[in-house]
Design a protein around this ligand. Structure first.
Ligand code: URA
Length: 436
């Protein structure tokens, strides 16, 4: 039995911690016996000194053990889950989950809130008037039985340790560590009960893992943890060197996802959503391979089945489904200011993390655990890497609560774009795949 102080000191001094001491610390924190300041010190020590694979697995196990797990074995059809490690304008869940459900998969997904510079699916969903994301276990299972689709918060009973640690990491600059991310993601996925787990591990300046090597390390950690727990687990390493969609915020990302599901938007968000759904279908054994899966996903998008699944989920979770027909019912910001390019050339680089932070600074994310977010504020960046931009022409827009904030953010956005004199190749969307 170690005290929290002993465990923190051992991590500070670079020791590898054992399963039991990690279980005591993490379990104690979930039971509110360990205070925030000790957990914050532990997280920072681990962030700086790193964790071994065995520690990552032990932290995952302790987090799963802090609460209940869902038993999805009674559901008809393959149970699947997908999780992004966090990106900017990454609204794929709002598209992939309904498409997968439309293809006959059972999707019960525990999602997160915004973290650091990245957005969170729960915050986005809550911008739909009336939408509930805090569902009890029974309600989640009932909903899955009825419509095959649930996206919800880990309730008080499911992975309470991750729920608490996640919020603390967000405000203590301890997010971007592969073992902490793997334990957070995989504890939710294991407790969520799905037989098939697909990770979307982001890499690039807008991801927590900036380099493809560190993203591959995180992908390997997650796949290993999933496979050891007996789940069919795979990961795609995907590009986050620019925002995935055009819109960064909460209500706007719901709008963009609905427009994708209506067939009104192409681009990288749509493309990646189809690829992820296609891989899920293949891992679930519904199609021979990912290519056939992508075709099936594209068909479910084209004939509106994905949109109807999203509608069923919004209705089941108390949301106003009229939003899907009339997007003006979503919260909208009082001020919209176009952002005009200052120079002519090719968009060569985007400080994508900066774009996420800019949206957060407008109110789309949190600075403190207790902050509430403004669902309406947003950054729009329509220019993509490799695009030709013309001085004076719009590259995006700011949606803000007041004009002064919009003007500040517009200047800030231009400072995050690097426009060069030479043509640039857009980066590949999928950079690799990791399987057990
Ligand atoms: N997503 C999670 O669920 N947890 C993390 O730590 C990062 C991204």
């Amino acid at each position: 039995m170690s005290t929290p102080i002993e465990t923190i000191a051992r991590k500070r001094d670079g020791a590898e911690l054992g399963r039991d001491e990690l279980a005591e610390l993490i379990g104690g924190y979930a039971r509110e016996q360990v205070p925030d300041y000790q957990m914050a010190a532990f997280l920072m020590a681990g962030y700086l000194n790193g964790f071994t694979r065995a520690e990552a697995a032990a932290m995952t196990e302790a987090m799963v053990a802090s609460g209940d797990s869902l038993d999805l074995s009674g559901l008809r059809g393959p149970t699947v889950d997908k999780h992004s490690t966090g990106g900017v304008a990454d609204g794929t869940t709002l598209i992939v989950a309904p498409l997968a459900a439309a293809l006959g998969m059972q999707v019960v997904k525990l999602s997160g809130r915004g973290l650091g510079h990245t957005g969170g699916t729960l915050d986005k969903l809550e911008s739909i008037p009336g939408m509930r994301v805090e569902l009890g276990e029974r309600a989640m299972l009932d909903q899955a039985e009825r419509i095959g689709l649930v996206v919800a918060a880990q309730s008080g009973e499911l992975v309470p340790a991750d729920r608490a640690i996640y919020a603390l990491r967000d405000v203590t600059a301890t997010v971007g560590n592969p073992a902490l991310i793997a334990a957070s993601v995989m504890s939710k996925k294991l407790a969520g009960g799905a037989a098939v787990i697909l990770l979307d591990v982001k890499t690039g300046p807008g991801a927590f893992m900036k380099s493809p090597e560190s993203a591959a390390e995180l992908a390997g950690l997650c796949v290993d943890i999933g496979a050891k727990a007996g789940r069919t687990t795979a990961a795609l390493v995907t590009d986050m060197s620019q925002p995935l969609g055009d819109l960064v915020g909460n209500a706007v990302e719901v709008r963009e996802a609905v427009e994708v599901l209506r067939g009104e938007r192409g681009g990288r968000l749509t493309e990646l959503s189809l690829v992820l759904t296609g891989h899920l279908a293949a891992l679930a054994g519904l199609v021979p391979g990912p290519d056939e899966g992508v075709q099936a996903a594209a068909a479910a998008l084209a004939d509106g089945r994905g949109l109807e699944k999203l509608r069923a989920m919004v209705e089941a979770q108390g949301g106003d489904a009229k939003v899907l027909d009339d997007l003006s019912l979503l919260p909208s910001a009082p001020v919209t200011l176009p952002v005009l390019a200052e120079e002519t050339g090719w968009l060569a680089a985007v400080d994508t993390e900066g774009v996420g932070r800019l949206a957060a600074s407008l109110g789309a994310g949190r600075q403190r655990k207790t902050d509430t977010i403004d669902p309406a504020v947003a950054v729009e960046l329509t220019a993509k890497l490799g695009d030709r931009v013309e001085a004076g022409a719009p590259v995006g827009a700011i949606m803000a609560a007041v004009r002064a904030a919009a003007e500040r953010a517009a200047a800030g956005l231009l400072g995050l774009l690097d426009v060069g004199p030479d043509p640039v190749e857009p980066p590949p969307l999928v950079r690799g795949e990791v399987r057990a």
